[in-house]
Design a protein around this ligand. Structure first.
Ligand SMILES: *Cc1c(COP(=O)(O)O)cnc(C)c1O
Length: 476
């Protein structure tokens, strides 16, 4: 039951003007007056709401002024910050998905510090196109006739459906009606792009005959969606790109309309990650070879580049996409283009890509090599944390690819396990996130804190994690 608000406390809340006179507020430097006033007002309002909800917070002017000062100074502190990912989830969407390769970082720095050839051709000394920077590389790496890169894969799907299926039917299997984190759902994107969705098959099984029966004179597209973040196992069946290709070709040969075969591949690998065996995601080139007219995929999932959506396929189709007004609305900026181009270039040599693209390296690093890093972390923590505080061990664990890729793959890994003699796992986890200069994202398992070494980047992150534990136990 809600408690009755303490009316006395409400009356004691100070006026905004009174708090503004307080030393903690007067002493604030470099923050616009309006912002300070808003912060004080927000702080008082927040307290009023809490009191109305039955709480009895501190309503002293000192406390309010200090909280309001912290609120206002928050504007001067960076919000988008680097963190240390010790969670073991490699493509962690909340933590920014892919870590950029050094070559990509360098390219961005170089390009943004001055003017650039973003839309200027040095060869012709005239206006160029921003599409020209990445397209030749994407073509070389996938064998596609043409390519365009846009803001993200959700934008890519939206563009492809709007350009080729708006006002017409697009057929998609019921087993591929996927939702990819948050607000990306195939039926919603279909509706938004004005494509008429025709669902075929059952949740677990869709046959070629289901597509065949559903095709009408109004069918513009067969859409295949890679079920990135889940797998159906057991009594299941889906139709391959190759079979869909044969189906639409036969229809064309007997006088029917051109029907596009489009695959939303999601994760988008250039390399078939053989280490993942039968669960390896299909590579982009495989879908094109199997007969897809268009394939789209993300730049920052398995590819390990910046946020982007890449569309590859027949040149006449990609040319139409380039001319679509949505291409302008969803175009990439120079920072992303610089990072993407540099990342793509690394793929020209497979061994270079495996070593220098962090996402690919972390996905494929041998467990034994991860163990070396876990041991180094244990040694670093041992050095600064007294032995009566915690018990440390290197334990065998599993990492996840994350980002809706390779959902069935447990990746063998090693983690530092911290078992508490003083303090506890919850308190320590919170301390590592909130009190570390660079927030440290670890994981709790059965009253222990686990730091997965697979996603720890380097020596400096190891030192920072050791410091994090040391400062937590120093409070005990
Ligand atoms: C991840 C994913 C998307 C969305 O891609 P973003 O680059 O995150 O916009 C769309 N479709 C599939 C199948 C995906 O896996």
């Amino acid at each position: 039951m809600a408690q009755t608000p303490n009316v006395e406390l409400l009356k004691q809340l100070p006026q905004v003007e009174e708090v503004l006179q307080h030393a903690a507020i007067v002493g604030l430097q470099g923050i616009p007056h309006d912002v300070v006033v808003d912060a004080v007002r927000a702080q008082i309002d927040a307290l009023r709401q809490r009191i109305l909800g039955g709480a009895e917070p501190d309503v002293e002017t000192d406390a309010i002024a200090e909280a309001a000062a912290a609120r206002a100074s928050g504007l001067n502190a960076p919000s988008l910050r680097r963190v240390i990912n010790a969670s073991g989830v490699i493509i962690h969407t909340n933590l920014g998905r892919s870590v950029m390769a050094q070559a990509a970082i360098d390219a961005v720095n170089e390009v943004i510090a001055g003017y650039s050839t973003l839309e200027y051709s040095v060869d012709s000394m005239a206006r160029g196109s921003r599409h020209d920077h990445c397209e030749p590389l994407i073509r070389a790496l996938t064998g596609a006739e043409a390519a365009i890169a846009v803001n993200n894969n959700a934008a890519a799907v939206m563009m492809v459906l709007s350009e080729f299926a708006a006002g017409h039917e697009a057929i998609v299997s019921r087993g591929e009606q996927v939702e990819i984190g948050g607000s990306f759902r195939i039926p919603d994107i279909m509706a938004q792009s004005h494509a008429k969705m025709v669902e075929v098959g059952a949740t677990n099984k869709t046959h070629l005959s289901d597509y065949e029966r559903a095709i009408t004179d109004d069918t513009a597209m067969l859409l295949k969606v890679h079920p990135s973040n889940y797998r159906m196992t057991g009594f299941t069946e889906s139709v391959s790109i190759r079979d869909l290709r044969v189906l639409v070709d036969e229809r064309k040969a007997s006088g029917g309309q051109d029907i596009l075969v489009y695959e939303d591949q999601g994760s988008g690998a250039f390399l078939r990650l053989e280490a993942f065996g039968s669960y390896a995601e299909p590579a982009v080139a495989e879908s094109l070879n199997a007969g897809a007219d268009i394939v789209s995929f993300s730049g920052d999932k398995l590819l390990g580049g910046p946020q982007a959506g890449i569309i590859v396929g027949r040149k006449d189709l990609i040319d139409r996409l380039k001319a679509n007004p949505l291409a302008r609305a969803m175009r990439l900026d120079k920072m992303t283009l610089a990072a993407l181009e540099a990342t793509l270039r690394l793929y020209l040599q497979t061994d270079v890509a495996m070593e220098s693209i962090p996402t690919v390296r972390m996905l494929t690093e041998e467990a034994d090599s991860v163990k070396v890093r876990a041991e180094a972390l244990k040694a670093a923590v041992e050095k600064v944390v007294p032995s009566d505080c915690a018990e440390l061990a290197v334990v065998s664990e599993t990492s996840r690819a994350g980002g809706g890729a390779l959902p069935m793959c447990d990746i063998d890994t090693y983690a530092l396990e911290v078992r508490f003699k003083k303090g506890d796992a919850q308190g320590c986890e919170e301390h590592l996130v909130k009190e570390s200069p660079t927030p440290i994202i670890a994981r709790i398992s059965q009253e222990t804190v686990l730091c997965d070494a697979r996603t720890i980047q380097d020596e400096s992150e190891i030192e920072a994690i050791a410091e994090g534990f040391a400062s937590y136990f120093a409070k005990m």
